[in-house]
Write a protein that binds this ligand. Structure first.
Ligand code: UDP
Length: 467
C-alpha cells in the first residue's frame, strides 16, 4: 500500500523535492534554491531528467541517491527520473517531458515515502506544468520557482490573459505601459515565437497552472523589482503573489570566500585555470564574454567577435562552447595566447567576482543578469532573443549598468567595450553596478528581504508538514 506523504517522523526534517527543467539556466537557480532552503534545516532532494543527472555527475561530481551532502543545517541529495533518453533535439525533449515525465516523477515521489522520506512540498519548474499536477495527485503541497524576471512574468501574464496588446515589431516608436513598469516598445518584449515553437507553447502553458501552486518563488529581489511585484495584485484576473527569494547566487561567493562549493550545478565541466589566469591580469582590466548555454552565434558573428575582442587591446576571457569553436579564425587561440583566453565553459560567478574583471559582454540571460548585478560588474548587453531583450533594457536603461551592443560587427564590439570600461559614462556605470551589488548582497544576507522570504517559506512548509 502507498505510504502517505503527510506523515513524517516528528524528529525528521521536512523533505522538499525540487524538479528541474533540463537546462543550465534552470539548474543553477533551482540548485541554489535547494542550498538556501537546506541551509535553514530542510532535507532537499534535487531531481531532474536522468540525462541531467549524468551530466551533473560528469561535470560537477554529483552523485545520486544516499544521504547527499550537508549544507548548513540541512542536506541536499540528488535523485533523477527513470525516464529514458530523449536525445539532443529540443522538440523531442519537450514531447518526451510531457509523456515520460509524469509517470517517472510520480514513481520518484512514491519512492521517497516508501524509503522513509515522505515529501512535504514539491518545488516545480514552471516549464513542466505537469509536475505540480503529479504532486497534487499525490496530495503534496506545491511551489513554483520562476527563473526569469518579475518584469517578464508581468509581460507574459498580461499577454496570456489578453490584457495587453504589444505594438507591432515594425513600429519601433510605439510605446505601451503596464502597471509598475516603465514605458516599453516592441523591442523590449520577450520574443515569443522563438526559434523553438514548443518552448514558446510551454511558456504559455505554464500560466494555466501556476496559480494552483501555494507559493510562486521568484529569482529576483524586492529592492530590484519591487514596483512590478507591488503592482501585480491590482491586475484582474489577479496573478499569484510573487515571492522574491533571489538573487540566487552561490552563498560562498556572496560571503567572498574562495573555496569551492560542495555542490555545483555545472552541466559542462568548467575550465579550472580561469581564476589563475585572472590572477595574472591587472585589476579591472579583463573583458569577460559569454552568451550562455543556449545562444548559438553564427560563424560570421564568431569571427567578428574574435576580431572585436582583440581590437579592444584589453585582456579578454571568452567562453566559446565546443560546438562553436570551429568557427574561430584559424590559429586564433594560439595567436592571442597570454592576452586572451578561450574556454568552453567558465566558473562564471568566480570570474565575475574576480577583481581583474572589468566588464561582462553578456547575452543577458536572467541568471547572468543577476550574477553581474550581484558582482557589481558593468555590462556590454548583447541580447539575442526571448527574455534577454527585456533583461538587456533593464540592465542598461533601468539600472544604468552598461551599454548596448547591436550586432556583432568588430568596430561595434570595440566601441561598446570602450564605452563600458573607459568612456565618459564608465565611472557612472561602475558606481551604479556597485550600488546594485550592495543591494543584492543585502537582500540575501541574514535578515535581508529575500532571506526573510526563504525563512518564511521554510517555516510554513515545516508547520504544514507537522500538521
Ligand atoms: N555559466 C557558467 N559558465 C559559463 C557560462 C555560463 O557557469 O561559461 C552559467 C552562468 O553563471 C548562469 C548560467 O550558466 O548561471 C546561464 O544562465 P543564463 O540564464 O544566464 O543563460 P542561458 O544559458 O539560460 O541562456
Amino acid at each position: 500500500a502507498a505510504v502517505p506523504h503527510a506523515v513524517a517522523a516528528a524528529s525528521a526534517p521536512p523533505h522538499l523535492v525540487l524538479i528541474c527543467f533540463p537546462g543550465q539556466g534552470h539548474v543553477n537557480p533551482m540548485l541554489r534554491l535547494a542550498k538556501r532552503v537546506a541551509a535553514k534545516g530542510l532535507l532537499v532532494t534535487f531531481s531532474s531528467l536522468a540525462s541531467v543527472g549524468a551530466r551533473l555527475a560528469a561535470a560537477a561530481g554529483v552523485s545520486a541517491g544516499g544521504d547527499g551532502v550537508p549544507v548548513g543545517r540541512g542536506r541536499v541529495r540528488f535523485e533523477f527520473l527513470e525516464d529514458g533518453d530523449p536525445g539532443p533535439d529540443l522538440d523531442d525533449l519537450m514531447r518526451h517531458l510531457d509523456t515520460a515525465g509524469p509517470p517517472a516523477f510520480a514513481a520518484l515521489l512514491r519512492r521517497q515515502a516508501e524509503e522513509g522520506r515522505p515529501v512535504a512540498c514539491v518545488v516545480a519548474n514552471p516549464f513542466m506544468p505537469w509536475a505540480s499536477d503529479v504532486a497534487a495527485g499525490e496530495g503534496i503541497l506545491t511551489a513554483v520557482l520562476w527563473v526569469q524576471s518579475c518584469t517578464v512574468f508581468s509581460l507574459y501574464y498580461h499577454h496570456v490573459h489578453g490584457l495587453v496588446e504589444f505594438p507591432p515589431e515594425d513600429d519601433p516608436e510605439a510605446r505601451f505601459r503596464l502597471p509598475g513598469l516603465p514605458e516599453m516598445s516592441a523591442a523590449d518584449v520577450p520574443s515569443f515565437l522563438l526559434p523553438f515553437k514548443l518552448l514558446a507553447d510551454a511558456i504559455i502553458t505554464q500560466f494555466r497552472t501556476i496559480g494552483r501552486a501555494s507559493w510562486v518563488l521568484v529569482n529576483s529581489f524586492a529592492e530590484l523589482e519591487g514596483d512590478v511585484v507591488a503592482a501585480l495584485p491590482g491586475v484582474t484576473p489577479r496573478p499569484p503573489e510573487l515571492i522574491p527569494v533571489g538573487p540566487l547566487i552561490e552563498l560562498q561567493q556572496q560571503a567572498g570566500q574562495e573555496e569551492e562549493d560542495a555542490v555545483r550545478g555545472d552541466l559542462i565541466k568548467a575550465a579550472d585555470d580561469c581564476v589563475e589566469w585572472l590572477d595574472a591580469q591587472p585589476p579591472r582590466s579583463v573583458v569577460y564574454a559569454s552568451v550562455g548555454s543556449v545562444v548559438l552565434l553564427s560563424p560570421g558573428e564568431v569571427a567578428e567577435m574574435a576580431h572585436g575582442l582583440v581590437s579592444t587591446g584589453r585582456p579578454f576571457l571568452w567562453v566559446v562552447r565546443l560546438d562553436t569553436q570551429p568557427h574561430l579564425p584559424a590559429g586564433f587561440v594560439e595567436s592571442v595566447s597570454g592576452r586572451g583566453a578561450v574556454v568552453a565553459w567558465s566558473p562564471q560567478e568566480r570570474v565575475l567576482a574576480h577583481p581583474s574583471t572589468a566588464c561582462f559582454l553578456t547575452h543577458c540571460g536572467w541568471n547572468s543578469t543577476l550574477e553581474t548585478v550581484a558582482a557589481g560588474v558593468p555590462v556590454v548587453a548583447f541580447p539575442q532573443w526571448g527574455d534577454q531583450c527585456t533583461d538587456a533594457r533593464f540592465l542598461v536603461e533601468e539600472l544604468g549598468m552598461g551599454v548596448r551592443l547591436r550586432g556583432a560587427r568588430r568596430e561595434a564590439v570595440r566601441e561598446a567595450v570602450e564605452a563600458a570600461v573607459a568612456g565618459p559614462r564608465a565611472g557612472e556605470m561602475l558606481a551604479s553596478a556597485r550600488r546594485w551589488s550592495a543591494a543584492a548582497r543585502a537582500a540575501v544576507a541574514p535578515g535581508g528581504s529575500s532571506d526573510a522570504h526563504v525563512q518564511a517559506f521554510v517555516d510554513e512548509v515545516a508547520r504544514r508538514a507537522r500538521g
